[in-house]
Design a protein around this ligand. Structure first.
Ligand code: GN1
Ligand code: MG
Length: 359
C-alpha cells in the first residue's frame, strides 16, 4: 500500500490527463525499479526509478535518453516517448534522491526473457542493427554516464581489487571461476585493443541489448529497443555480442544447473542474418572481423562483473539468495566455454553472410 501511495504521488506530478488505477512491477531489471502504471481509462505508462547508487549521473542518463529518442522520432522511427513533469522536466527527484522518469507504454507489445524461435532471433537482429544504423548520424554529444562500462581492462581492475578484499569463504567458493577468468584475460582483451588502436570506431550504442530489452508486437515482430539507460558511445560489438549472449543461451542468465547451458547456433545464425541485413552497408570490414569474438567477449565480461560482485558481497546487482551472483558468473563462463567449442562455425558463418550481403 505504501508503495502504491508513493507511485500515485509520483505519477501525478507528470503531465498526463489520466488517473492512476493500479500498478504492476516489472521484475527483470537488475538495477533500477520499473513499474507499469495502469490508469482508469486504460492508457498505460512505464514509471521507472533510476538507482542513483549505480547511476551517479542520473540526470544525464535521462538527458541521453531524451536526445536519442527525439533523434529517432524525428526520423519516423518508432521509439519510447517520454513525458515531462508538470514543471517541465523529464525527471523527478524523490526524498531519497532517486530519479523517476515516465514514458508511454506501447500497447499490444511484449518482451521475452528467452528466445524460442529462429524468427524471434532474426527480428532481434534486425532491430538492434536498426538502432545502430539510425543513430549512426547522431551528433554524438551523449554524456559518458557510466565511464568504462564495457572496458575489459577496467572490469579486470575491479575484479583484481575485489580479489584483494574478498572473504576467504567466497574466494574458495568461486576459485574455479577465478582461475578461469585469469586464464582468459589475454584473449578477452582483443576487442579493447582494436578500439584503442582505432582499428574499429566508436559510435552510439545501446550497451544493454539483452533480449528482454527488445519490444515485440503480438505477431512477434520487433518494435524497438527499450531500456535506454546505458546509451553512450561504444562499438557495435558491444550490442551484437551482448544480444547473442542472451538470445543463444539455452538457459536463463542465472540458471545454476550447468548441464542446461548451451549455445544455440541456429539462433546465432538467424540473429546474424537480421543484424547484417540492416547494418552491412553501414559497417567496415574490420568491424565485421571482430563480430565473432565479441560474442565470447561480451558473455565473458558479464561473467566477470557477476563474479566481481559476488566477491564484493553483492553490492551492485539485485540478488535473491547469497549464491545468486556466483550462479550468474558460472552460467556466463560456462556459456563462454560452449561458444569456444563452436567458434570456427561462428567465424565462417559471419564471413559468409557478410560476403553475400555485400553483393
Ligand atoms: C544490468 O539493470 P539491467 O537488468 O537493465 C546491467 C547490464 C547487464 C545486465 C545483465 C547498468 O542491466 O550491464 O548486462 O544487468 N546494467 C548496468 O543482465 O550495469
Ligand atoms: Mg539496462
Amino acid at each position: 500500500m505504501e508503495l502504491e501511495k508513493k507511485l500515485t504521488a509520483i505519477f501525478q506530478q507528470f503531465q498526463t490527463k489520466h488517473t492512476f488505477k493500479r500498478f504492476e512491477t516489472f521484475n527483470s531489471g537488475h538495477i533500477n525499479d520499473t513499474f507499469l502504471i495502469i490508469t482508469q481509462k486504460g492508457v498505460n505508462y512505464v514509471l521507472q526509478r533510476i538507482n542513483t547508487n549505480v547511476f551517479k549521473k542520473a540526470a544525464a542518463v535521462i538527458h541521453n535518453k531524451i536526445k536519442i529518442t527525439q533523434h529517432l522520432s524525428k526520423k519516423g522511427i518508432q521509439t519510447i516517448h517520454f513525458i515531462p513533469t508538470k514543471e517541465n522536466s523529464y525527471y523527478l527527484i524523490d526524498n531519497d534522491k532517486h530519479l523517476w522518469n515516465l514514458s508511454e507504454f506501447i500497447e499490444n507489445s511484449q518482451t521475452f526473457l528467452k528466445v524460442n524461435s529462429n524468427d524471434i532471433a532474426y527480428q532481434a537482429g534486425l532491430i538492434t542493427a536498426e538502432f545502430l544504423a539510425q543513430t549512426s548520424d547522431f551528433e554524438n554529444d551523449l554524456v559518458e554516464t557510466l565511464p568504462n562500462f564495457h572496458s575489459m581492462s577496467f572490469r579486470f581492475q575491479e575484479f583484481q581489487e575485489a580479489l584483494v578484499s574478498a572473504s576467504k569463504t567466497r574466494k574458495k567458493q568461486a576459485q574455479k571461476w577465478i582461475d578461469f577468468a585469469l586464464a582468459s584475460k589475454k584473449e578477452m582483451m582483443v576487442l579493447e585493443h582494436a578500439i584503442n588502436q582505432k582499428e574499429i570506431p566508436l559510435r552510439v550504442t545501446h550497451n544493454d541489448t539483452k533480449i528482454s530489452n527488445i519490444l515485440f508486437d503480438t505477431n512477434n515482430k520487433a518494435i524497438c529497443m527499450i531500456d535506454l539507460d546505458t546509451v553512450m558511445k561504444g562499438s557495435i560489438h558491444f550490442d551484437y555480442g551482448d544480444a547473442l549472449r542472451t538470445i543463444c543461451n539455452t538457459a536463463e542468465e542465472d540458471e545454476a544447473t550447468i548441464s542446461k547451458i548451451n549455445f544455440n547456433i541456429d539462433y546465432f545464425k538467424s540473429y546474424t542474418e537480421g543484424f547484417l541485413k540492416n547494418l552491412a552497408s553501414n559497417i567496415s570490414k574490420q568491424e565485421v572481423n571482430y563480430l565473432p569474438i565479441s560474442i565470447q567477449i561480451m558473455t565473458f565480461i558479464m561473467g566477470l562483473r557477476f563474479l566481481t560482485d559476488y566477491l564484493n558481497n553483492d553490492v551492485y546487482y539485485k540478488t535473491k539468495h547469497p549464491e545468486h551472483n556466483l550462479d550468474r558468473a558460472s552460467n556466463q563462463f560456462t556459456l563462454v566455454q560452449k561458444i569456444r567449442q563452436q567458434q570456427h562455425e561462428i567465424n565462417s558463418f559471419v564471413k559468409s553472410i557478410y560476403m553475400s550481403s555485400c553483393h
